[in-house]
Design a protein around this ligand. Structure first.
Ligand code: FES
Length: 93
C-alpha cells in the first residue's frame, strides 16, 4: 500500500529497458498510459492487449515486473528502481 497523501520525490523506473521518471504515485498501468505505451502484452493470436477494467478483473494488463510475469499493471504501484517489461515472451500467455 502506498500513502498517496505524502508528496514523494520523483523517482525512476525502467520501462522496456529505458529509465523513465515517475513524478507522482501511480500504478504501472497509469505509467504506461502516461508514456503512451498502449500494449501490455501480445495474445497468442498476435493481437496486442492493454488494460480494460482498471480494477484487477480483466487480466488484460499483465506485464512482467522485476522478473515476475503476469503482474497486473492496474494493481501494482510504481516503486523506485522497478523494472517493467511489456509485450515480452513472459507476458504473452
Ligand atoms: S486492467 Fe483489468 S485487470 Fe488490470
Amino acid at each position: 500500500m502506498i500513502d498517496v497523501q505524502h508528496k514523494q520525490t520523483p523517482f525512476q523506473v525502467c520501462l522496456n529497458r529505458e529509465w523513465v521518471t515517475v513524478q507522482q504515485p501511480m500504478t504501472v498501468a497509469a505509467l504506461l498510459l502516461s508514456k503512451n505505451t498502449l500494449a501490455t502484452r501480445v495474445a497468442v493470436s498476435g493481437a496486442t492487449r492493454f488494460a480494460v477494467c482498471g480494477m484487477g478483473v480483466c487480466q488484460e494488463c499483465r506485464v512482467t515486473v522485476d522478473d515476475q510475469p503476469h503482474q497486473l499493471a492496474c494493481q501494482v504501484w510504481c516503486k523506485e528502481g522497478m523494472v517493467i517489461e511489456t509485450g515480452g515472451a513472459n507476458a504473452s500467455d
